[in-house]
Design a protein around this ligand. Structure first.
Ligand SMILES: [Zn+2]
Ligand SMILES: [Zn+2]
Length: 427
């Protein structure tokens, strides 16, 4: 798009001033806030998987209960408190935000290297909540969910402690509640959650923590995928290791029959270390699920007759209801906004949380120096589109700046809101 390329390097730094006869784009499109807690149906509606994704056949990694349950002679020597610790249960079954279950507090550990943050859409099921309801039968739903959240965060924090060598940090961003079907087995549960594409709500992975036993599985995951299922209430299973192990499958690690390694069937219960092969795999793929976004708005331009409102609204990688708007008053009108990422990345896809009050042609460009720009997408965002994540293309080279341009051209208008931008590795 020659117009945008020509105009992009010269960013106007002046604020545009809205006058009375300029319409306010925010009155047309409505933000669609994504709730932290939602039902499984809401999650499926917000983040459906594409047919293309559903057609991918992943290599299934199966964890059996036998491989993950501590031997009886070890369990016999453990106190009830230590057994609760194995499950990372919130202390005394009361909601708490303290990770005080184990001697070494995870947050005291230092991460090494560039942090790789992985945003999680967590699904908890009725069976998991039953663990709380058993002792608190009259607890309101929200209290049960808060307790489940604390439990899940405990598990995640201790698993992060194992993944610290790769600076990988799983962060629970959204939580969905699911009355999961019973007696279908973990593989069917994994099939069901694969209908959610976490990128639809700005997350990278979907994890189901279930309170079910299916009699044989402790967990099952898609190797190199974005989904895994783990049992959290199977007696005598160290769930933080199980989480770290399942997470490692997402980074393409395999189960193997020999050696001392978290991924090795004879030793996975007894170690949090990786063998040389798995260590190499983790290092190779450690940024495949990372999550970075626009940290700063560094400029914007107008294509007269066009307007840009609140360009700083594009900052952030998670929707915050603080939106930038671009509006084209007549043909050729519009503008662009340039954001700088948290850090330079290479081989990444750009996702933009965008809504449109009228069908609008949107161009996205990337640059490593805020001067030379590469167009990575041109698409028409349809009329009356609610705020949602839109895949705006990938770039195989490195870049640190993202420019989003909207121009009124052809039979389309130009009237969009942009809330946030995040990028994710294409590896
Ligand atoms: Zn495994
Ligand atoms: Zn290994």
């Amino acid at each position: 798009m020659l117009v945008a390329v020509a105009i992009l390097p010269a960013m106007a730094q002046t604020e545009s001033v809205r006058t009375e006869n300029q319409p306010d784009p925010s009155q047309y499109s409505r933000p669609y806030p994504i709730p932290k807690y939602m039902t499984m149906d809401e999650l499926l509606a917000l983040a459906p998987a594409s047919a293309e994704e559903l057609s991918i056949t992943y290599e299934r990694m199966i964890e059996t209960i036998e491989q993950w349950t501590l031997p009886d002679e070890i369990v016999a020597q453990m106190s009830q408190e230590e057994l609760n610790d194995l499950m990372c249960l919130p202390s005394n079954f009361t909601p708490t935000n303290q990770f005080d279950l184990k001697e070494e507090a995870p947050q005291e550990q230092q991460t090494r290297g560039t942090p790789q943050t992985v945003k999680v859409a967590l699904i908890v099921d009725d069976n998991m909540l039953n663990k709380y309801k058993y002792t608190n039968p009259y607890a309101p739903f929200n209290e049960c969910m808060q307790w489940a959240e604390t439990w899940a965060k405990n598990i995640t924090a201790y698993a992060n402690n194992i993944l610290v060598n790769y600076s990988i940090t799983f962060e629970i961003e959204h939580i969905a509640y699911w009355e999961s079907p019973n007696n279908v087995g973990y593989e069917a549960l994994l099939d069901a959650i694969q209908a959610v594409d976490p990128r639809g709500i700005g997350d990278s992975v979907v994890i189901l923590m279930t309170g079910q036993f299916d009699g044989s599985h402790a967990g099952v995951s898609n190797r190199g995928g974005r989904h895994f299922v783990m049992g959290v209430a199977i007696p005598n299973v160290p769930v933080d290791r199980l989480f770290a192990h399942e997470a490692s499958h997402l980074y393409r690690c395999k189960d193997h029959p020999t050696g001392v390694c978290l991924m090795s069937i004879p030793s996975q219960l007894g170690t949090t270390q990786y063998c040389d092969d798995c260590d190499e795999t983790m290092k190779l793929y450690k940024n495949r699920l990372d999550h970075y976004g626009v940290a700063q708005c560094v400029g914007y331009s107008l294509y007269v007759p066009g307007f840009v409102y609140n360009p700083g609204g594009i900052v952030g990688s998670i929707p915050d209801n603080n939106m930038a708007s671009i509006y084209g008053a007549s043909a050729g009108g519009g503008g662009n906004i340039v954001g700088r990422l948290d850090k330079a990345v290479s081989a990444h896809t750009v996702h933009v949380f965008i809504g449109a009050a009228c069908a609008t042609t949107v161009y996205v460009f990337v640059s490593s120096d805020n001067y030379n720009w590469n167009q990575i997408s041109k698409q028409v965002v349809p009329y009356n589109q609610y705020m949602q994540w839109v895949n705006c293309g990938s770039y195989s080279g490195s870049f640190e700046y993202v420019a989003i341009a909207a121009i009124r051209e052809g039979s389309y208008g130009a009237c969009i809101d942009i809330d946030s931008v995040w990028v994710q590795s294409t590896v």
